[in-house]
Design a binder for this molecule. Structure first.
Ligand code: CMP
Length: 140
């Protein structure tokens, strides 16, 4: 399997409850390396651009409001098959369906306030990483 990078967001529901360290420990415990990380207050424009693919969904407004309701931690994770591995570590989008041992099972409050985001493919990861990091901020 190839060495890959994926993009992660620790969402407002998790930063508000001081779960950044717990989530990072689960990420590192799964063998993923955090090669870039910063805590930011996302702007509405950033959140709308990031989730543009969901613009037509009924929950889009709620999703954007939530993502700017408190700081988030944006990250680049690196490892063998990082995209699929992080999706496995995150667990299902709806915490009610998430497996034991996953971040969403341990931390998420609901399908909307689900603690973390991870890219769905390597191509998406490259686009998402570029939305928040310049190349010299990523140190593998
Ligand atoms: P994420 O992986 O960040 O990508 C899109 C997000 O939309 C998803 O996680 C959820 O947090 C959110 N989402 C998906 N379905 C719903 C829903 N039915 N209601 C509210 N938010 C949703």
């Amino acid at each position: 399997m190839a060495l890959e990078r994926t993009f992660s967001i620790i969402k407002p529901d998790a930063t508000e409850r001081n779960l950044t360290g717990k989530i990072n420990a689960m990420i590192e415990g799964a063998g993923l390396r955090i090669v870039a990380q910063k805590r930011i207050q996302m702007t509405r424009a950033q959140a709308e651009a990031f989730y543009a693919v969901h613009k037509a969904r009924p929950f889009f407004g709620e999703l954007v409001d939530f993502m700017i309701s408190a700081p988030v931690v944006v990250q680049v994770l690196q490892g063998e098959g990082a995209v699929a591995k992080y999706r496995e570590v995150m667990g299902a989008t709806n915490p009610a369906d998430a497996a034991e041992g996953t971040i969403r099972k341990a931390c998420a409050k609901s399908i909307g306030e689900n603690s973390v985001h991870g890219s769905d493919a390597a191509e998406t990861a490259a686009v998402e990483i570029a939305q928040f990091f310049s190349g010299n901020e990523i140190v593998g």
